[in-house]
Ligand binder design. Structure first.
Ligand SMILES: [Ca+2]
Length: 338
């Protein structure tokens, strides 16, 4: 009997210890997941100069963002999907994350052209689309944040091919002038917009609104500040790379200076703002609205629609730009070195 009691006590003790250990490791996992936000950036990197700064901002904020991968899409001004890919790769090399974060080619053409081929083994945009799907399916608990900062084609194709990812992702799109018509990312593939909205996925539009203080257009980097802050910023490359305009660079900061010298003016940082409000939601105002429908390039309201989307506007340009430069100066890529 004594022996029986001892065995029971031992078994109970072991069970309690095991339960406590499991709980502790679960708790740690939750804390870690809450600390870093899993994202995929879907970029037309070679279009302008805001994509490059958005990518660097995400890479250099590695204690906040876990960039699972970068996918590219082709918009009008980017020298084809290969041009978009090459520019994203340059920025990844300059930020020294190219060996740690994968890069995938996405859609060249429009959603409505590609959609009929979505179940084929290969199709236009397939590497990016399949990466988005597999990453979303692998998420446990928290949603994967997809941050398209070009046209919506890759996201729409991923949802079409694998509707099971809808509850597993949050889509934060730098796009539209909502409620006004048009905008570069929107007009680059109008056929991709309604399928994303109508899927019921968590969908948020970070508005552009050119020449309007309420849109991301108002979040501007001055060329003077770039010239002052950015030289030599970021890790230094032992093997310099050639930038898109032909010059040689060994840091992202020097590349940033050159990109601005090329345009010779202050620039809106549109794409970077989409990352910023995911990092800190208090840097913009958000409101939930019944999902509108895109007709041609303009919005038709559907006040009775139970499906809703989120609109972001009125950005805190001062705090966002301060955080951008802070992230550049204190570039943190430590999490990618494991
Ligand atoms: Ca872009």
């Amino acid at each position: 009997m004594q022996l029986y009691k001892r065995i029971v006590t031992l078994v109970v003790t072991l069970m309690l210890t095991y339960t406590a250990a499991v709980k502790a490791s679960d708790a740690t996992a939750v804390v870690e997941a809450a600390n870093r936000i899993s994202i995929i950036i879907d970029s037309d990197a070679n279009n302008e100069l805001d994509d490059q700064h958005a990518l660097a901002y995400a890479f250099f904020s590695s204690s906040v963002f876990d960039v699972l991968g970068v996918t590219v899409n082709n918009t009008y001004n980017g020298d084809g999907v290969q041009g978009q890919y090459d520019e994203a790769e340059r920025v990844m090399k300059l930020c020294k994350v190219d060996k740690h974060i994968p890069l995938f080619k996405g859609a060249d053409r429009h959603y409505n052209i590609i959609a009929p081929k979505i179940q084929e083994l290969t199709f236009d945009g397939q590497p990016a689309v399949d990466f988005i799907i597999s990453s979303a399916r692998a998420m446990k608990g928290e949603k994967l944040v997809l941050i398209p900062i070009g046209k919506l084609t890759n996201i729409a194709l991923a949802i079409l091919k694998a509707p099971d990812i809808i509850p597993k992702v949050r889509v934060v799109w730098l796009g539209s002038n909502y409620p006004a018509a048009g905008e570069y990312n929107l007009v680059n593939d109008v056929t991709a917009v309604n399928p994303v909205i109508e899927s019921g996925v968590q969908f948020e539009m970070v508005t552009v609104r050119y020449d309007d203080p309420t849109g991301t257009a108002a979040v501007i980097a001055s060329i003077d500040k770039i010239n002052k802050v950015m030289p030599n910023i970021g890790p230094s490359l032992s093997e310099p790379i050639t930038g898109r305009d032909g010059d040689i660079f060994s840091s992202f900061g020097d590349y940033s200076v050159a990109l601005f010298q090329h345009v010779k003016t202050d620039r809106s940082m549109y794409d970077m703002v989409a990352l910023a409000i995911v990092k800190n939601k208090s840097w913009g105002n958000s409101k939930v609205i019944p999902a509108p429908k895109l007709i041609d390039t303009g919005w038709v309201e559907q006040p009775e629609n139970k499906n809703t989307i989120v609109i972001w506007e009125n950005f805190d340009k001062k705090l966002i730009m301060e955080d951008f430069y802070h992230a550049m100066i204190n570039y943190d890529i430590a999490a990618y070195k494991n």
